[in-house]
Design a protein around this ligand. Structure first.
Ligand code: C5P
Length: 277
């Protein structure tokens, strides 16, 4: 069975407060990306086997895919051996939900492969135990996500938007971003105010703590907002991917070439569209 585990963007991410369990209460408008996805192949086999084309991806239970497999086995008692092949296309530490999407695909895939027939609500609840972003990937492609990430509501109707993604060589630690959120200060000269498009506002409350540590990302945001054809520019999740919503006629390749020349020649980049809701 071959599964596509697509990446996400947070079009808005509001942090409402810190909870007693250490997590943060969120309200986020999340959307899947069309065509940016990891590929996960799973089949019943004589023995468990895991392989991945990306170097350094662990094959033990520090990997969310393996955690998902173990949790599924514990919850269902189904112990079929499985052969797993993971092709990574979505960079990690990027705020694009790559690992979470893999885990969600794994839960959904195992449910089908083993004919366990668990309702999606059970899969979502299992996903939430593994990571805050996982429930989103088991729900609709455009969703408003609440709680610590486990409450999923169908999102507003959104057009498919053209986006350019720029990710520098470094990633950002999510726990670190949240830890800094409360005490973070705004950097002078950086504009954090919501950017209004026809369907609503783009804003990310984690920009403040993350930019304080990674000034370069603030520079990328400012730079993107000054470019022709850019309607809005924001960090996704806890970073380090910065994305721009661009108009239909914008020269995306030219934008990327200039970003590489003027900001960072080693950017990982992607041009495509969000999934319409
Ligand atoms: O749930 P997940 O393991 O993806 O979260 C990683 C870390 O991000 C958590 O350990 C926590 O520090 C932080 N986090 C948070 N509030 C959320 C989601 C994540 O504080 N709603």
């Amino acid at each position: 069975m071959i599964l596509e585990a697509s990446a996400k963007l947070n079009l808005s991410l509001r942090v409402l407060g810190r909870r007693d369990d250490g997590f943060h209460e969120l309200e986020s408008l999340m959307v899947r990306l069309d065509g940016l996805a990891d590929r996960l192949e799973i089949e019943v086999s004589d023995e468990d086997h895991f392989s991945c084309d990306a170097p350094g991806v662990p094959a033990d239970d520090s990997n969310l895919v393996i955690k998902a497999l173990q949790l599924f086995r514990r919850e269902t008692g189904i112990r079929d051996r499985v052969r797993i092949r993971l092709e990574k296309r979505v960079p990690h530490g990027a705020g694009l939900g790559g690992g979470s999407s893999d885990a969600a695909a794994m839960l959904a895939g195992l449910n089908e492969l083993s004919r366990a027939g668990l309702p999606v609500g059970n899969l979502t609840e299992m996903g939430a135990r593994l990571g805050s972003d996982i429930p989103f990937f088991l729900g609709p492609p455009v969703a408003v996500v609440k709680g610590r990430g486990e409450r999923i509501e169908e999102g507003p109707s959104l057009p498919s938007m053209r986006v350019v993604l720029l990710k520098p060589g470094f990633g950002v630690s999510t726990p670190d971003a949240y830890r800094r959120w409360q005490d973070s200060r705004e950097l002078e000269g950086v504009d954090y105010t919501p950017q209004t498009l026809a369907w609503g506002d783009l804003v990310n409350d984690l920009e403040r703590p993350v930019f304080q540590k990674h000034l370069f990302l603030a520079e990328v945001k400012g730079w993107l907002r000054r470019q022709d054809g850019v309607e809005a520019a924001l960090m996704s999740g806890s970073g380090s991917t910065m994305f721009a919503v661009i108009d239909e006629k914008a020269d995306a390749d030219g934008l990327i070439a200039r970003a590489r020349e003027e900001l960072d020649p080693t950017f990982w980049t992607w041009v495509g569209r969000t999934v319409a809701g």
